[in-house]
Design a protein around this ligand. Structure first.
Ligand code: URP
Ligand code: ZN
Ligand code: ZN
Length: 470
């Protein structure tokens, strides 16, 4: 069965052209004026007035993850369905090593979680939380599992955090083996120490989350991580950057030619620290680590989206119910009613990233549509070894395609979203620009507000070798 997407404007990370797209099976097989190549049984999708963009790639998600005394509320089906409604056709989730077990064991555990549920395509990074000699020796071998990126945490003391000795060692070993290291950059020792003092003084209000996770806590760890890149010369991708000073350190590192890359998240484009600082428990909805920072930090994030310091916009999708006491729900944010320190850290967003970035970035004139495609799809594909199968509308690529109406208005709300969670951090925000159709490997998963996908359609995409340093 052939499909022709006809009369649209194809936006890529490098250029924009008016052309038709021929899809045969799962692949794009021709691009151009295809009128004379039409066959009578071709399915025609009219795309006049629409933008034809590569499906979004979210390189940072946590589906079905045990965390904070509970688990994230979207699994690999509900999360994928929501992602597709929001134009994301591939994501990279974080598998986590269990202490005392191998990295491969962690990867296999996450592959099982996803296999029968997946509705869009996916891959994994593996988080190294038990950096023994055996674990570190295993890092160069993970390509055999189709994985070429590892993650380390400089925060979450006594849970995921590794120390500087291990960080330096891992970065060196991974770099030599062609494996990309990702890092959560906050100073976990400082967070633990400040938290202990705050709690001892009875400071349990939500606003103290921002005190324990202040901008300097993130900036210090980010600068240290950049310095470790200078020592090892190994590539590093810093996840969910929210601090202006952290970004300035990354910018300086890049100016020196260091192979350091930065990801921010869509929630940092709209939220500031004020979101948490409410007098009621509403602020718990926005508790994540690192938390959104000041308006100044947000301004630097905007600058860095435009000037190339930031390569990708992800979500760090890690949803917890606001009220997890209802039937069929996991415990949620209410776990922290007595103290900010017990609120599960994470926010939902897998469905909203594409439209929020378009609205905040393109509609405001901050970035152009090509840069939008780079930030939402192409750069993640290039960095993580998915390109050119994913992240581009090109002959031979998977037909992961978004038909996007740049004039269509949509009001974001938990009452209409598809994420398995009872609130939305963009509640009430009106965006201009919304999808009308989303295809994954040639199959339409979403048409207007209709769901046409199914569990089990999504495929694990092996990335045995990492991509490019951008
Ligand atoms: O608060 C967050 N970000 N939760 C998810 C885990 C992480 O740190 O990425
Ligand atoms: Zn993190
Ligand atoms: Zn995360």
């Amino acid at each position: 069965m052939r499909t022709i997407i006809q009369g649209g404007t194809i936006v890529g990370a490098g250029d924009t052209i008016s052309a038709d797209v021929l899809v045969e099976g799962e692949k794009i097989t021709a691009i151009g004026k295809l009128g004379d190549k039409r066959r009578s049984d071709d399915k025609i999708i009219e795309a006049g007035g629409l933008l034809v963009m590569p499906g979004g790639i979210d390189p940072h998600t946590h589906l079905d993850m045990p965390f904070g005394g509970t688990r994230s509320s979207d699994d690999f089906f509900t999360g994928h369905r929501a992602a597709a409604f929001g134009c994301t056709t591939t994501h990279i989730d974080f598998a986590i090593q269990t202490r005392g077990r191998s990295l491969v064991d962690g990867i296999k555990t996450w592959k099982v979680k996803a296999a029968d549920k997946a509705a869009i395509d996916y891959s994994f990074h593996i988080s190294v939380v038990d950096p023994t000699d055996e674990t570190i020796a295993e890092i160069p071998t993970i390509g055999r599992e189709g994985i070429s990126s590892i993650k380390v945490f400089l925060a979450y003391k006594n849970l995921f955090q590794i120390d500087d000795t291990a960080f330096l060692r891992i970065l060196g070993v991974a770099g030599k083996a062609g494996i990309l290291t990702l890092v959560h950059a906050e100073n976990g020792d400082a967070i633990a120490s400040i938290s202990e003092s705050l709690l001892a003084e009875g400071k349990n209000d939500l606003k103290y989350h921002n005190v324990a996770h202040s901008a300097v806590i993130e900036a210090e760890a980010t600068s240290r991580a950049v310095d470790f890149v200078e020592i090892t010369r190994s590539p590093l991708y810093i996840v969910h950057v929210a601090s202006g000073r952290g970004l300035q350190a990354i910018r300086q590192g890049r100016l020196k030619g260091l192979p350091v890359m930065a990801e921010t998240c869509s929630q940092y484009l709209t939220l500031t620290d004020k979101a948490i600082e409410t007098n009621d428990f509403e602020g718990a909805k926005y508790i994540c680590s690192p938390p959104a920072k000041s308006a100044w930090d947000q301004k630097i994030i905007y600058e860095c989206l435009a000037d190339g310091t930031i390569q990708t916009v992800a979500t760090d999708h890690c949803p917890f119910w606001f009220d997890g006491t209802k039937k069929d729900r996991f415990p949620g944010k209410e776990l922290g009613k007595s103290s900010w320190a017990k609120v599960p850290n994470g926010v939902p967003g897998i469905e909203d990233r594409f439209a929020v970035l378009w609205h905040v970035g393109v509609n405001s004139g901050l970035i152009n549509p090509e840069r939008f495609v780079a930030l939402s799809s192409t750069n993640a594909a290039k960095i993580f070894g998915l390109y050119p199968r994913k992240g581009t509308i090109s002959v031979g690529s998977d037909a992961d395609i978004v038909l996007f109406d740049p004039k269509k208005r949509h009001r974001i709300s938990a009452s209409t979203h598809h994420m398995n969670v009872d609130y939305n951090v963009y509640e009430g925000m009106e965006v201009i620009g919304w999808p009308v159709r989303v295809l994954v490997r040639g199959r339409t998963l979403v048409e207007e507000d209709k769901w046409l996908g199914e569990a089990g359609f999504g495929k694990f995409i092996a990335r045995p070798s990492v991509g490019k340093i951008l």
